[in-house]
Design a protein around this ligand. Structure first.
Ligand code: DO4
Ligand code: MG
Length: 267
């Protein structure tokens, strides 16, 4: 259950994330708005949408040693590709979702009908504005089908992009530096019929590359007029005999942000 109030900025004419992302001195401006007499709603009584409106979602991969190891275990002839990309100057970055397909807090994430080995990937999300400036952070779930990904590297888009494969929320945390974000922990827990079937954690400090490096490659020869969200890779991988089932409840907690919770559905 989320606690606290939310402020309705639409009374000030602010009803799009795209415009908010471009504000100079966003934190000070939000603090000012918080002092004004704007309409407020109890967080527990509203339905949170995805934090994005027009921003594409991209994802970095193999940014943690744990991810490299897992990818190499699941794959056969493509194993060395993961080894190489972990060390290479250019990171792995792939397209993940259009904004309208992003699953918000509380809605169902998907596992594919034609996949047998499915996992959540709990990831810190960087929210960048149109100039590539890091404005905030959110929590993301890069749902993945490991059997499809492991069969052939060229199947990566099918393992990663399908209905309900990207969750994000519950909101965007602003005003934290990269140094602060690197002190945060990421934890995931999965409940099946109320019983804990997996729990794992990592630290943002384990991401091999700097946020500037990841954002810099994403923005090479590519513009995002409304800003963009970038998942930064997973450092938590369940054991190889684990797969998600319909009805599982996934909770991802990032210490500096909050919790993202979603149930699993077949798509
Ligand atoms: O190349 C496979 C995807 C890796 C990924 O999504 C991750 O490391 O988080
Ligand atoms: Mg991932």
């Amino acid at each position: 259950m989320l606690d606290g109030d939310i402020l309705d900025l639409s009374a000030e004419g602010i009803d799009r994330l795209s415009s908010l992302l471009e504000f100079e001195g966003l934190v000070a401006q939000l603090n000012n708005l918080a002092q004004q007499n704007l309409p407020r709603h109890k967080l527990a009584q509203v339905k949170l949408l995805s934090p994005l409106d027009k921003q594409e979602v991209w994802a970095a991969g193999v940014t943690y040693l744990r991810s490299k190891k897992a990818r190499m275990e699941e794959s056969d002839f493509s194993a060395t590709a993961y080894d190489r990309v972990y060390e290479a100057p250019r990171p792995e970055i792939f397209f993940k979702s259009v904004p309208e397909k992003v699953v918000p807090m509380g809605d169902a994430v998907g596992i594919r009908k034609d996949a047998k080995w499915n996992v959540p990937e709990p990831e810190l999300v960087l929210i960048l504005n149109s100039r590539g400036h890091l404005v905030g952070y959110s929590i993301g779930n890069d749902m993945s089908s490991r059997d499809i990904e492991g069969e052939n590297l060229l199947y990566l888009p099918q393992a990663k992009i399908y209905d309900r494969s990207c969750a994000m929320g519950p909101f965007i945390r602003v005003g934290a530096s990269e140094a602060e974000a690197r002190t945060w922990t990421i934890q995931v827990q999965i409940l099946r019929q109320g019983n804990l079937v997996f729990r794992g954690d990592t630290s943002v400090s384990q991401i091999k590359r700097s946020f500037d490096e990841l954002a810099g490659y994403l923005l090479r020869s590519q513009t995002f007029p409304h800003g963009v969200a970038l998942l930064t890779g997973t450092g938590v991988v369940p054991p190889n005999d684990f797969t998600l089932q319909v009805g599982d409840r996934i909770t991802i907690a990032i210490s500096g942000i909050g919790e993202l919770e979603n149930e699993v559905r077949e798509v």
